[in-house]
Design a protein. Structure first.
Length: 132
């Protein structure tokens, strides 16, 4: 059983093995995600997106959840379990490391766009704690 986790942007970066800053210095991080984050010097995947799971773990009734990205760092592994779609262009790309209890990636989520996501996470935490 996985510890329930939702990690967005900085939390996602923290869970990596290493982080390389804009001076090129590398720092040990939590080591949960076997990858490295690094400074790019420019905005990466900036803008609004809608996220759709490949497997229904957090949005079991289907549908997506809206979010946005705004960051100057990138990862050697951004995940491939969710598809992000830019609403204005239709451009798609894979992102998010996801399993039955964990959602980890750069996008910031807009929870009111699909409150089922938050409820699913709370339910996963309750199951983990043996409350359900």
């Amino acid at each position: 059983m996985f510890l329930p986790v939702v990690a967005e942007c900085g939390g996602f970066m923290y869970l990596h093995s290493f982080l390389k800053d804009k001076e090129g210095l590398s720092y040990d991080m939590a080591g949960v995600i076997p990858a490295s984050c690094y400074y790019t010097g420019k905005l990466v995947r900036f803008g609004y997106i809608e996220l759709r799971e490949k497997q229904k773990h957090f949005l079991p009734n289907g549908g997506g959840i809206k979010g946005h990205e705004f960051h100057y760092y990138d990862s050697t592994y951004n995940g491939a379990d969710v598809i992000a779609v830019k609403p204005m262009t239709g451009k798609e790309y894979a992102c998010i490391i996801e399993n039955k209890a964990q959602w980890m990636g750069f996008p910031h989520l807009y929870y009111p766009s699909n409150p089922i996501f938050a409820r699913a996470f709370v339910d996963k935490a309750k199951v983990y704690q043996g409350m359900i």
